[in-house]
Design a protein around this ligand. Sequence first.
Ligand SMILES: Cc1cc2nc3c(=O)[nH]c(=O)nc-3n(C[C@H](O)[C@H](O)[C@H](O)COP(=O)(O)OP(=O)(O)OC[C@H]3O[C@@H](n4cnc5c(N)ncnc54)[C@H](O)[C@@H]3O)c2cc1C
Length: 410
Amino acid sequence: MNPSFTDVVIIGGGMVGLAVAHQLLERSPGRTIVILDKEKTLGRHSSGRNSGVLHAGIYYKPGTIKAHVCVSGSHRLRAWCEQRGLPINACGKVIVPQRPELDGQLDVLAERGRANGAIVEFWDAKELKRKLPVALTSSGRALWSPTTAVVKPALILQRLQQELQERGVHILTGCLNWDVDPDRRCLELPNGGSMSYGHLINCSGLQADRVAHKFEVGLSYRLLPFKGLYWQLKKDCGIQIPTNLYPVPDLDIPFLGVHFTPSADPEPVVSIGPTATLALGRENYRGLEGLEAIMTANNVLTLANQYIRNKGGFRRYVHEQAFLALPPLLLSAARELIPSVRATDIEPSQKVGIRSQLFDRDTGKLHDDFICMPGPNSTHVLNAISPAFTASFALADEILDRTCLLEAKT
Ligand SMILES: Cc1cc2nc3c(=O)[nH]c(=O)nc-3n(C[C@H](O)[C@H](O)[C@H](O)COP(=O)(O)OP(=O)(O)OC[C@H]3O[C@@H](n4cnc5c(N)ncnc54)[C@H](O)[C@@H]3O)c2cc1C
C-alpha cells in the first residue's frame, strides 16, 4: 500500500463518524481507515453536548430511516456500554399531555412506537401519581417507555475513540483547513501533506452541507442551526424526578419540547431543556462566539418566510418553542409538566448544544429524516439529527449498506 493512500477517509469524529469506522472494521477488518476532525479533541460538537438520552424509537414515522435504526441502535449502544461498564441510568421515560387536546397524540405515539418495535404502556393518572407524584397529566393518561435510558456521551466517545485507535484507525485531529480534489480522490492537508483515498464518508455534523458542497453534492441543502440551552433543578430543591419526563411533542416540528432528564451520574442532576432558538452561527455556543452574520441574516429571512407561509406548522414552533430561552417562558413550559416547580428551584446549566436542521431551498421544507447522499467516490450524511447518537451503530450500518463500499474497488 502506498503510505499516503487510505482505503476510507471519514470526515468528522463525532459519534456518527466513529460508529461508521467501528462498523467498517467489523465488516472488513483489513481496511485502512483515517478519521479527520477539525477540532483538537473529539466531542466538541453535538455528540459531546447532547442530552444523553437513548431514545426508545417512539416518535418516528414508520418507514423513515430514523424509525428503522432507532430501536436496534439503542439496544446495540446500550449493550456496548454494559459490556464496558459505562454508566447507564435505566430510568425509562414518561410522556404527558400538557393540554387535554393533546391526549389523542399519545395514541399516535403508542402506535408509532409499537410499529417501530418499541415497548410502550399507558398509565392512568393514579399510576402516574404512584410512580412520579410531582408530574401532571392534563388528560388523565400518560405514556410510559420502560426502555428509554440515559448515558454519558463524552465517556462513550472517549472509549470508542480509544478502541478504534487500538484497532489501527488513524484519527487526525486539528485538521481544519483541508481541501479536496474529488476527481483525483486526493485530500490536501493543512500540514502541507496530501492523502489519496478510495472512498470518503462525510460525517461532519453541523458542517455536513458545506463539506458536501465541496463535492457538488446536496447543493440545494443548507443546515439551519438552533441553539439548545439547558437549565437544571437545584440539588436541594426537594423535587424528585427519577425518570425522563417529556411533554407531548408537536409531531410536525423536529423538536421534542422542554423536558426533564436525570443524568447517568451516581447522584443524577436533572436537566431541563433543551430550548430551540435560532443560533447566530453553526458553532455559536456562547455570546457572539462563532458568529456568522451573513448566514444568520439569510437564515432569519428563510425562517420569516416559513413563518409567513406557515410551512409544516412552522408558526406553532415559533409560538411554542422559539422563545423558550427566556427564563419565564421556560419555567411556564416546565410547570405544564410539574406544576410545583418554582423559579427558585432551577438554575442555568453549563450545557449548551446546537441542533442543525436541514432546509431544502428547492422545496422550502425542513427535513425530518436522516439523509445519506452519494457523491463522487464519497457518501454524505447530511442530516444526522436526533436520535443519531442513540442510533449510531445501526445508522452506521445503514450508511455502509447505502455506500456499497464493500463491493467498490478502492
Ligand atoms: C442539544 C442537543 C441534544 C440532543 N439530545 C440527543 C439525545 O438525547 N439523544 C440522541 O440520540 N441524540 C441527541 N441529539 C442529537 C445527537 O447529538 C446528534 O444527532 C449526533 O451527536 C450527531 O453526531 P455527528 O457525529 O453527526 O455530529 P457531531 O457530533 O457534531 O460530529 C461532527 C464532527 O465533525 C467535525 N467536523 C465538522 N466540520 C469539519 C470539517 N470541515 N473538517 C473536519 N472535521 C469537521 C466536528 O469537529 C465534529 O467533531 C442532541 C443534539 C443536541 C445538539
